[in-house]
Design a protein around this ligand. Structure first.
Ligand SMILES: Nc1ncnc2c1ncn2[C@@H]1O[C@H](COP(=O)(O)OP(=O)(O)O)[C@@H](O)[C@H]1O
Ligand SMILES: [Mg+2]
Length: 602
């Protein structure tokens, strides 16, 4: 299934070393572009973190001073040093509290600002990308860009600063203090850092594998779930419940297994860390104790060193655990930056040619077209459609009728040759002009959430209620709309507001009528209507077509016969071209089609 391969593609893609440098650069570029607008606040936050960690490290040093200097002074009758030590410690404690609170607050706000901006960018960009992109990029993948990937980045931005940056600073400051107090203990800690480093590397490698496996397993699980639920009608119609359920159970079991595996790794890593930390404390105590006895080290300093040693390794745990979030955040960054660097294949012109009031003259000049890098669908199309002509496109499924229509709506660009509207290349028209001039109604007849009136008004956002009702009346939709629970104000997603697919099509006709384009394309737009509704639309259709240029793709000959001209498309070429009567009088495909239709009536 394509969606599964989508998940795997992404994973292989990540492992491909050749492209990884380029991908990393792209990720960093994105991260840079996120930080740049807030860089002053970003630097301020880092400073807050540094100050808070310095205040934390001050504690043990103050204690050492208290024991080694303030206590002897107190014995000698001077209590000022002790008061100073006490006050200093309290001050440091308050500073840690206040600074920590403020940097946590600052990071949260900063992270949310950056995410909000990114979220908007991802949405706008995804929406702007061409159909070609949306056809190859599954909706599941787009959804995860907006949800889990942004969530992973939130983790990075929130906890990244809190655990990684603060941890690293804390360890650095502690190491500096220890070396300043007693370099021998400093060396001892560095020695202990060695096994700690190996253990952490071991953990990171294993957990990265386990983590990836769990991401793949969870993605598969989600994809299967989404596929089952979005295809629920087909699932029920073909009694796929059992098969789907057992497949789901398999996938859920896989997910459980890999998750347990990654939890087991923590079961080794965390106790290992604690063990190394405590053994180091014992060694520092042992070595330091003897030196205190010799008079080579003061008691207070030893106590401070023990406190430092004990706390030195504390952030490692969090930092290593964070490694996975970091990994998934960088994967998310790779994917989101990849999405953001996709360019629309159908591009807006730099210097658009203005088109005031299109007439609707369409011309294909030696047009060749293929989807993406697929096979040629239209090998060589030359076609002149004068303004105001009503064209019926007929032909077998897969002949290329919809493709022709989509090219006129510029959902895709022609691969070679030229396609013009009123003599202007479609590529030179602004999006606004093009959308005003060309409207395509498809079988899909998508309704957005909102009222019926709002859905019709999409065709022309400035329209008044009277315009909307007139449009609905013109296409024969007024009657059923008035019969809805709240008439034009019925919400199409609420109970009672649900309309049949035929009614949806009538609404989309009204929408097109209101848009009043110069060129109207109906791609099997009447095919889900029953015969009586189609009769009704037939009348509306005449009004809808008016004197615009129209391309109608239909299978019913009654619809075809209202056309001025029929084009029979076969294998991406125009096989027959003429008025309905001319073609019926001949002995081509259309004549045969007409004969078959008449036979079926008898
Ligand atoms: N989005 C697409 N991507 C790749 N190939 C497509 C796409 N849409 C249609 N095709 C191919 O183009 C050919 C013409 O399709 P289409 O224009 O939809 O035919 P018709 O509308 O006449 O049934 C078919 O071979 C079809 O497989
Ligand atoms: Mg089609």
């Amino acid at each position: 299934m394509s969606t599964y391969s989508g998940v795997q593609d992404e994973d292989n893609f990540l492992l491909d070393k050749g492209r990884s440098r380029q991908v990393r650069r792209r990720s960093l570029r994105l991260l840079g572009s996120m930080i740049r607008p807030v860089r002053a606040k970003f630097i301020l936050t880092i400073i807050l973190v540094a100050l808070s960690q310095a205040a934390r490290v001050a504690g043990p040093a103050i204690i050492a001073f208290g024991i080694d200097h303030a206590l002897p002074a107190l014995r000698a009758g001077d209590n000022l040093p002790l008061v100073m030590a006490g006050a200093g410690y309290a001050l440091a404690a308050v500073a840690v509290g206040v600074l920590t609170a403020s940097y946590i607050n600052a990071t949260a706000r900063l992270a949310q600002t950056m995410l909000l901006d990114l979220r908007r960018r991802v949405f706008r960009h995804t929406q702007r990308l061409s159909l070609e992109f949306h056809e190859k990029y599954t909706s599941g993948r787009i959804i995860s860009r907006q949800t889990s990937d942004l969530e992973a980045l939130r983790e990075l931005l929130d906890n990244g600063v809190n655990s990684l940056v603060s941890g690293a600073m804390y360890m650095t400051f502690t190491a500096i203090s220890v070396f300043l107090m007693d370099w021998q203990t400093g060396l001892l800690i560095m020695l202990a850092a060695l096994p700690m480093w190996f253990l952490t590397r071991w953990y990171q490698k294993r957990s990265q594998v386990a983590y990836r496996a769990s991401r793949v397993a969870s993605a598969r699980l989600i994809v299967h779930f989404i596929e089952t639920m979005t295809g629920i009608r087909a699932v029920k119609a073909f009694r796929r419940e059992k098969v789907n359920a057992s497949r789901y159970e398999e996938l859920a079991e896989d997910y459980r297994t890999v998750t347990v595996r990654s939890i087991n790794l923590n079961g080794i890593f965390q106790p290992g860390l604690v063990l190394i930390g405590n053994v180091t404390v014992a060694l520092v105590l042992l070595a330091g104790g003897f030196r205190v006895l010799d008079g080579g080290l003061e008691v207070g300093v030893l106590l401070a060193l023990l406190l430092y040693t004990k706390r030195f390794f504390q952030p490692v745990d969090q930092m290593a655990m964070f490694y996975n979030s970091f990994q998934s955040a960088s994967a998310a960054l790779e994917k989101v930056s990849g999405l953001l660097e996709e360019v629309p294949s159908v591009r807006a012109p730099k210097n658009p040619v203005a088109l005031s009031g299109a007439a609707g003259h369409i011309k294909f000049d030696d047009v060749e077209f293929h989807y993406g890098d697929g096979p040629v669908v239209l090998p060589q199309m030359s076609l002149d459609i004068p303004a105001g002509q009503t064209i019926a496109l007929v032909g077998q499924t897969g002949a290329g009728k919809s493709t022709l229509a989509k090219l006129i709506a510029r959902f895709y660009d022609v691969s070679s040759g030229q396609l013009t509207l009123d003599g202007v290349d479609l590529k030179d028209l602004s999006g606004t002009d093009l959308r005003r001039a060309v409207v395509m109604v498809t079988q899909e007849a998508f309704l957005f959430s909102g009222t019926v009136a709002e859905n019709i008004a999409l065709g022309n956002p400035g329209a008044s209620q009277a315009d909307i009702e007139a449009a609905a009346t013109a296409v024969g939709a007024d009657e059923f709309i008035r019969a809805l629970p709240e008439g034009y104000d019925t919400d199409v997603n609420k109970r009672g507001g649900r309309v049949s697919s035929g009614q949806r099509q009538l609404i989309s006709f009204a929408r097109a009528f209101l848009a009043d384009p110069a060129v109207l394309i109906l791609d099997e737009a009447t095919s889900s209507l029953d015969i009586p509704s189609e009769r009704l639309v037939q009348r509306g259709l005449q009004t809808l077509l008016g004197n615009r240029t129209a391309l109608i793709i239909a299978h019913r000959l009654t619809t075809v016969k209202i056309a001025d001209r029929v084009l029979v498309v076969h294998d991406g070429k125009v096989a027959e071209d003429g008025t309905p009567d001319e073609l019926i009088a001949g002995n081509g495909r259309f004549a045969a089609l007409n004969q078959a239709w008449e036979d079926s009536l008898v």
